[in-house]
Write a protein that binds this ligand. Structure first.
Ligand code: 1HE
Length: 269
């Protein structure tokens, strides 16, 4: 892999709680609050929003990771203290806007997980399209212990990954899943050795970036919506999306390349 990263520059370089680098079509965003275990305070949430709204035009894939010993310890609990009900709703809706921007933005996002992926950290990870977990990763939803509830989209996204029953267990009992248990439960796509997460994510990013952009767009935007539709409606939307993708010049060229034996075959390796 030959990705040469350099600072993203411009507006993205001014975000003090994120370290953002780019290499060709790949942008790497690193959460930079290691002393607070990358806990998400209002400022970091706002900076994530700015970053995902202003990814360079050339970006085809984003990778997100956390600096230090942990991916993310969730909500910064020191921000929580004296919020009114109305402020609490507004706060949760801000997180929804940011994590929706990640899930339904312009490019697929790969999260690299290690150490704690807890509370809002798991909500952030679950907004990504792919999750690569290092073997140190552990997952928990300690909201019950803190007297609160998920507010960053967790109740919508996490059951879609692991099921309502497993999420109920995490929330009621404070159960902590290790990396292997979570992989079996569907929280991560790839389980790798310690320190290997970024390399795997960049290798995956290169594959994702080499797809036709409209195919990736359909996977990000159409697939999750179709999955929520009754089957008959879903199949109709699928037919439309499929025809739109096929009609694109990129699809025609890629199919021609395969038929001319210029494109790679599907291979087990
Ligand atoms: C924090 C936070 C935080 C660490 N908010 N300050 N999230 C939680 O309930 C998880 C709380 N955190 C932990 O259980 C542990 O910190 C960890 C397991 C993540 C890491 O443990 P460790 O031993 O490596 O670090 P530490 O010594 O506990 O923490 C280092 C510092 O980070 C310390 O501050 P310091 O000033 O004493 O050095 C901690 O107080 C601080 N810190 N985590 C604030 N979360 C939209 S709704 C979402 C709802 C939720 O996310 S609820 C879950 C919240």
């Amino acid at each position: 892999m030959n990705l040469q990263f350099h600072s993203a520059g411009g507006l993205l370089a001014d975000l003090s709680l994120l370290h953002i680098e780019r290499a060709g079509p790949v942008v790497h965003l690193r959460l930079m609050r290691p002393a607070k275990r990358n806990a998400l305070n209002d400022e970091l949430i706002a900076q994530l929003h700015t970053a995902f709204l202003h990814l360079p035009d050339s970006t085809r894939v984003a990778v997100i990771s956390g600096d230090g010993e942990h991916f993310c310890a969730g909500l910064d609990l020191s921000d929580l203290s004296e919020r009114s009900v109305a402020e609490g709703i507004a706060h949760s809706r801000r997180w929804h806007a940011v994590f929706d921007q990640i899930q339904f933005g312009r490019v697929p996002v790969i999260a690299v997980l290690h150490g704690a992926v807890v509370g809002g950290g798991l909500e952030l990870a679950s907004a990504a399209h792919l999750r690569v977990a290092e073997c140190s990763t552990f997952y928990a939803l300690p909201e019950g212990q803190r007297g609160i509830f998920v507010g960053g989209g967790g109740s919508a996204r996490i059951p879609r990954l692991m099921g309502v029953a497993r999420m109920t267990d995490l929330m009621l009992t404070g159960r902590v899943l290790d990396a292997e248990e979570a992989q079996a439960a569907g929280l991560s796509h790839y389980l790798v050795g310690e320190g290997e997460g970024l390399a795997r994510a960049f290798a995956l990013a290169e594959k994702v970036a080499s797809n036709a952009p409209l195919s990736n767009y359909a996977v990000m935007q159409a697939l999750p919506r179709i999955a929520e539709l009754p089957q008959a409606e879903g199949l109709f939307v699928e037919a439309l999306m499929s025809a739109i993708a096929q009609g694109d010049e990129a699809a025609k060229e890629r199919v021609r390349a395969f038929l001319d034996k210029r494109a790679a075959k599907v291979s087990k390796l």
